[in-house]
Write a protein that binds this ligand. Structure first.
Ligand code: UGA
Length: 445
């Protein structure tokens, strides 16, 4: 089948490349000519494990191409995917659909035969109806259907998620569209990936419901972590104890500094707004948003407490800036709020991140960057793990202690056993666990 993917951002690039890898012929379209030139030369705009090889292999085999010419890509496509950004609209949290609407208008005039226009961008309920209206008005003679096919890719594991999904959700009422979508995903059905074929509005809402539920799950365990600290319990064991119950499930129960990224913060807010607009508020999600916002600030306060209540003039070393490992994405990363708060309290920040520094430089100011974790710790008054990159999981703790000016390790991802840290002579604060090296001012005690 022939596929046009409008938007060569994260979702478009991963989805387009994986469809090509299934054997379809895919053209990714983007308005950014420099990005397209780079892609054609094998340079990717994002970091995603395995994606560069997959792009190169499929380009070599002639199944994947990149262009700025939307009309040419759409003209002979069986399916045109809209995978453009839907940022939060400034001020009110609603998803900004400008790019989706623009794409729909451009697709409209490029259609030459029956085509399924598929929304892959995360869009509020009813957006499929709008896309249909825009195309119909711009090109009344066009033969097309509009479907919704939300993505559930996690950054850092996107290829695996695309190729081995828990489920595929397709919202399409028209049987012709259902058939095209089935053909596109046929390689996955052979692996028995469940297909949820449903109405367009249901598919649109399913995406938001999934992200909101996961955000709520993370927030729940974060609140349990706070409670664990107060009652002397261990949140990792609580998570294991509840996660083994199949009705709850073990995933997304890692306590940490709060969720971030390009999806959960934006999608929870958009769902809250949609629900309010329809007079059916989702109060659990509203509360989740508020708790998560407060949590990032609370993490900064925790670091300040660990530094004897004052970070003015102190050098704080931060390991991990991206919102999670295996990505260079800094969007809504907890590190941003934490670092801003620490700087506001007078701290000097030195940071290390394996992939995120270029992006971090766009959003953070007045930071020194270290070449590796040990250089980061050099002469610092505290070392803080904000993102759990694998490279931070087996650091030489004795070496860190020697490098630090004050032997304080604040681990916001619980990646070290408290005993090991204590043994290395470091004072240790983690999240929702008893501290290995109790100190008078230890907030976990
Ligand atoms: C999320 C969803 O997991 C994907 O299914 C969805 O497709 C994607 O959003 C999207 O809408 O595009 P992603 O934002 O890449 O994926 O990241 P996650 O792995 O879900 O992590 C989100 C945040 O929650 C991160 O800040 C992470 O550190 C945090 N988190 C996650 C925790 O603090 N604890 C956990 O146990 C899990």
């Amino acid at each position: 089948m022939r596929v046009a993917m409008i938007g060569a951002g994260y979702v478009g690039l991963v989805s387009g490349t994986c469809f090509a890898d299934f054997g379809h012929t895919v053209t990714c379209v983007d308005t950014d000519a420099a990005k397209i030139d780079n892609l054609r030369a094998g340079r990717l705009p994002i970091y995603e494990p395995g994606l560069d090889q997959l792009v190169a292999a499929n380009m070599r085999q002639g199944r994947l191409d990149f262009t700025t010419d939307l009309a040419a890509a759409v003209a002979d496509a069986d399916a045109v995917f809209i995978a453009v950004g839907t940022p939060s609209r400034r001020g009110d949290g609603h998803a900004d659909l400008t790019y989706v609407h623009q794409a729909a208008a451009q697709i409209a005039t490029a259609l030459t035969r029956y085509t399924v226009v598929v929304n892959k961008s995360t869009v509020p309920v009813g957006t499929g109806d709008q896309v249909e209206r825009i195309i119909r008005e711009a090109n009344p003679a066009a033969d097309f259907s509009v479907a919704s096919n939300p993505e559930f890719l996690r950054e850092g594991a996107a290829i695996e998620d695309f190729k081995r999904p828990d489920r595929i959700v397709i919202g399409a009422e028209d049987p012709r569209a259902q058939e095209v979508m089935r053909d596109l995903y046929r390689p996955l059905f052979l692996n028995q990936a469940p297909l949820v074929m449903t109405g367009r509005r249901t598919a649109e809402l399913t995406k938001y419901a999934a992200n909101a539920f996961l955000a709520m799950k993370v927030t729940f365990i974060n609140e349990m972590a706070d409670l664990c600290e107060q009652v002397g319990a261990n949140v990792q064991e609580v998570a294991r104890g509840i996660g083994l119950d199949k009705r709850i499930g073990a995933k997304f129960l890692h306590a940490g500094p709060g969720y971030g990224g390009s999806c959960f913060p934006k999608d929870t807010l958009a769902l809250v707004k949609t629900a309010q607009d329809h007079g059916s508020p989702v109060r659990l999600v509203e509360t989740t948003v508020a708790i998560n916002d407060a949590r990032k600030r609370a993490m900064a306060a925790r670091i300040i407490t660990a530094c004897d209540g004052d970070v003015a003039g102190k050098r704080i070393a931060i390991l991990g800036l991206t919102f999670k490992p295996n990505t260079d994405d800094m969007r809504d990363a907890p590190s941003i709020v934490i670092i801003n708060e620490l700087q506001a309290a007078g701290a000097r920040i030195i940071a290390y991140d394996p992939e995120g520094v270029d992006q971090a430089k766009q959003v953070l100011r007045d930071i020194d960057y270290a070449a590796d974790p040990y250089a980061c710790a050099d002469g610092a008054d505290a070392l803080v793990i904000v993102t759990e990159w694998d490279a931070f999981r087996a650091l030489d703790l004795n070496e860190l202690r020697k490098r630090l000016r004050h032997p304080a390790l604040i681990d916001l991802r619980n990646i070290y056993p408290p005993e090991d840290v204590a043994e290395a002579g470091l004072r240790y604060w983690s999240v929702g666990r008893p501290s290995g090296a109790p100190a008078a001012d230890d907030p976990a005690q």
